[in-house]
Design a protein around this ligand. Structure first.
Ligand code: ATP
Length: 271
């Protein structure tokens, strides 16, 4: 299978602060790939590298066999949530409509087809009831569902999601994560899903990249989410408990207070 995302010898650092180094990684079409780690470990920066918004310090990154570029139509992106200003002059359906690119279906879509597609997408994320409401008047969770709909509108080859479940209630967490999973398996998109919390997507995740303290591990959740691996990564004893299909990590250090500027990172390992 030809990978859709490839990194070779990839490293990123700001000043002396190394987020990761020596990352070799292929992400395949139809793979649900989670990026985990504590605050400040580099999860959003990883997505920015794939978006072409952040240059690597070392190594290479390619998307679909080509160097990454800003604004690529191959990519759908659900950004980390920021609220729209109350006076934003867009209705919910306008926001979703902005994500539609008629060329994906071989010809420009007419207004009626755009409207139908917008209605489908609004329905998918359970946002039909507020399709005509200005986005700035919607709750954070409602706005987030619209961003998910917008990101799916182009049927992207790669779907990048930055904490897409934040501020969603449980019901809509399940709805949005199932939707992202469908895009992954039915449309064969590679999903790169940044999250603090693996449990809401544990049933979907194929592999994880776990970033912490300038180091990383890549593997299946069963391989990475273990007491031994995470204790080594955090350089501190943590306990990983598997119960009822959920994973609980107990005793996590605050990575920001355990970070040392002069730390020499150990290259991560693939399992
Ligand atoms: N352009 C930049 N210049 C300098 N430092 C940066 C830059 N971008 C990010 N950083 C730093 O790199 C670290 C990682 O940031 P990033 O946003 O990728 O972390 P994160 O894992 O997504 O965190 P969170 O979970 O809090 O969202 C942070 O300490 C951040 O301050």
């Amino acid at each position: 299978m030809t990978p859709v995302v490839s990194l070779r010898g990839a490293g990123l650092q700001f000043g002396k602060r190394v987020l990761w180094a020596g990352l070799d990684l292929d992400i395949n079409p139809g793979e649900f790939f989670a990026v985990l780690g504590p605050n400040g470990s580099g999860k959003t920066s990883f997505l920015k590298v794939l978006l072409g918004l952040q240059e690597l310090h070392s190594g290479t990154v390619s998307l679909g066999g080509h160097p990454v570029e800003r604004g690529s139509k191959r990519i759908g992106y659900i950004p980390q949530q920021k609220s729209f200003a109350p006076d934003t002059p867009l209705r919910a359906r306008d926001l979703v409509g902005l994500g539609i690119d008629g060329h994906r279906w071989g010809m420009r879509l007419g207004a009626a087809r755009v409207n139908r597609r917008v209605d489908e997408l609004l329905d998918l994320v359970g946002a039909s009831d507020y399709s005509n409401v200005p986005v700035g008047l919607l709750s954070g969770g409602e706005q987030q569902r619209l961003r998910a709909a917008q990101a799916l509108a182009t049927d992207p080859q790669v779907l990048l999601c930055d904490e897409p479940l934040l501020s969603l209630d449980l019901h809509h967490q399940q709805g949005v994560s199932a939707l992202i999973n469908r895009q992954c398996h039915e449309r064969n998109s590679a999903v790169v899903f940044v999250t603090h919390e693996i449990n809401p997507v544990i049933d979907y995740v194929d592999r994880v990249l776990y970033l912490a303290g300038g180091r990383f591990r890549v593997g299946t959740p069963q391989e990475v989410m273990t007491t031994d691996v995470l204790s080594e990564l955090y350089n501190s004893h943590v306990e990983v408990i598997h119960a009822n299909g959920r994973i609980v990590v107990v005793g996590l250090p605050d990575a920001t207070t355990h970070f040392h500027d002069d730390a020499h990172p150990t290259a991560g390992e693939d399992f």
